[in-house]
Ligand binder design. Structure first.
Ligand SMILES: [Ca+2]
Ligand SMILES: [Ca+2]
Length: 84
């Protein structure tokens, strides 16, 4: 169960990165583009996209920040999912 949640979460971040890299919009990435996709840590703009989309998942009140409550709620959700 927790694995499915994790995959969905990763997919959101991946989709953002994919859309950003796919400049011609044909849903495919060239070798160069895919290389960046796989190594976002080498690209400042891609890292930003990745981190922003993760923050968005955690940020329930949409203030652009992850409070400790939001973080605990999120991680608590995962723990609950793992048990079910
Ligand atoms: Ca393309
Ligand atoms: Ca927040």
């Amino acid at each position: 169960m927790v694995k499915i949640v994790f995959v969905c979460k990763t997919f959101t971040a991946d989709k953002q990165k994919w859309t950003y890299l796919d400049k011609d919009g044909d849903q495919s990435l060239s070798y160069e583009e895919f290389r960046k996709f796989l190594r976002p840590e080498d690209q400042n703009d891609l890292r930003k996209i990745e981190i922003n989309s993760i923050i968005k998942e955690y940020d329930e009140d949409n203030d652009g920040k992850v409070s400790s409550d939001e973080y605990l709620k999120m991680t608590g959700k995962y723990i609950k999912n793992r048990r079910s």
